[in-house]
Unconditional design. Sequence first.
Length: 202
Amino acid sequence: MTLAVKRLGRVEYEPTWQAMQDFNAQRDADTADEIWLCEHPPVFTLGLAGKPEHLLRDIGVPVVKIDRGGQITYHGPGQIVAYLLLDLRRRKLGVRELVNRMEQAIIDLLAEYGIAAVRLAGAPGVYVDGAKIAALGLRVKNGCCYHGLAVNVDMDLAPFAAINPCGYEGMAVTQMRELCDNATVSTVSDRLIVHLQQTLQP
């Protein structure tokens, strides 16, 4: 089943979010599914259930209220974001199964780099020794999804200290650079795409 990959480079958050919404609104039964790969300048995003009190202090990073599930998270340079624009009905995928496959793709990716990562019950995402290394968030509309996942590769983690990541007070955050020697955004991006394509096949 076709899955086109678009590499957007470093792009502003809000226009990219708008483009996802437009893509989803305009697609039809024949529209190929896509993965958009990008990085964002520093931004906090607050999901539909997001509570403003999870932003602990203003550090000058913009906050954007968006339409995915979940609480608050941070995006910044050195973090790979993969947006999944999928027709879930055509792929016969429920949301829970999709989340499971997204997490598995990240776990398999990290294993390639010698990093043992796991799921945590009730807390979507991927974790290493209790610290979050990847976040997930989706929006499903008319049987199709958008938004996706973010993997911390080689970034400034300091802004995470200004929030309760994904709504969890005191949640530790980590990244690949701290756990292996050979993680770069470009090489990890390539491998992430391979794992997502494998994992998302029907």
